[in-house]
Design a protein around this ligand. Sequence first.
Ligand code: ATP
Ligand code: MG
Length: 410
Amino acid sequence: MDLRKAEKRIENELPAGGREIVSRLERAGFCAFFVGGCVRDALLGLSPADWDVASAARPEEVRSLFSDLPILSTGLRHGTLTLLSDRPYEITTFRTEGAYSDGRRPDRVAFSRSPEEDLSRRDFTVNALAWSPERGIVDLFGGVADLEGRVLRCVGDPGKRFSEDSLRILRGLRFYAVYGLAPEAATAAAMHALASGLDRLSAERKAKEFSLAVAGRFAGEAFAAFPDLLIALFPALAGRLPDLTLLSRLDPSPEERTAFLFFLAGEEVLAASLDDLRFSRRFSARASLLFRAARSVPPSDRLGMRRFLAVLSPGDAEAAFRIRLAALPAEAAETDRAIALLASLRAGNDLPPRREELAVDGSALLSRGLVREGPEVGRALDLLYRAVVDGKAENGEKALLAYYERRREL
Ligand code: ATP
Ligand code: MG
């Protein structure tokens, strides 16, 4: 990596408000720089989402230095204040961490004036990079070379770092899956050896890290290298994993990829596993829908496809076919034919309308006295929607009312 070019690139990405914050801290005599994800992402050529600042200034010193800006004391216990400039900036006081006794959080954090102490408590070399216009890149642990070599390496002894905080193991899996940073041997060995530590994490944490990791561009590679972590998250998957390298062939949707992961395990196992990690209802519902569609035999004719699309959007149907192709390669020919069939319906403008697009609603039927208030309304609408999907009635108000009257007379 040409460091000069890389610094120029970060500099170009840096918003004016952030530059002013760091420069004011430095003018007041406090060492300050951007650190963590923003430096890592900018060096990878990505646009950082948030620019986090670390500095030697204590929270009260930050407050008095920036009395002209609105300040939120979001993470004050950990020395973090949020300054509202051209966007929110988190400013965290340099810290060292005391002992860890619970495998997740340090027993106490102590403020420090030393940038070296602060950088050495961070999890991975690529996350321990700092940068500022005044100081340039600060790279105490070889993070730039690791980024360049696409290597994930703990700061310090991996066994110790993962025992202190098990979340780092899952973060490691995520950085592999999202950025293609493959854990080097000692880091990988410790991730495997300490996988059972994931038990100590909250369900929500696990769900969040899993969702980010599984959607990553390199998820296939990462999960295939760490199936044990996947099983630590979802014990019911033991012995029932599909070929994990195929994850990368699916869209980067966590629900789609989750449906694939549980293809062999079954819908009940999927539902129970997602429940255990307290995934949102919405996430579970979509993963289950895709699972069911992927496990059903793909439609082989126009009518079958229109009925399939009556319960599934065309995009979801395509997702289901992708999952099935990956999970059942022996049946690829059949699935490919369904994909072609769906494409031809789409090209010929022959997709059925969505249920909400039905040209009549309950009140149209009620006002004409065609149905009585109550369950009859829903039944009539179901019947009309099925008629439209099957091509027996046109989706227009007049046509549908006439169809319904004719049906009633039969
Ligand atoms: P992203 O924001 O893209 O998820 P990030 O690396 O910025 O990635 P944050 O959670 O925002 O992640 O943390 C900011 C920085 O704090 C990290 O880059 C890392 O230096 C440090 N950090 C975060 N979590 C841990 C942890 N569990 N152990 C050690 N250091 C951590
Ligand atoms: Mg971040």
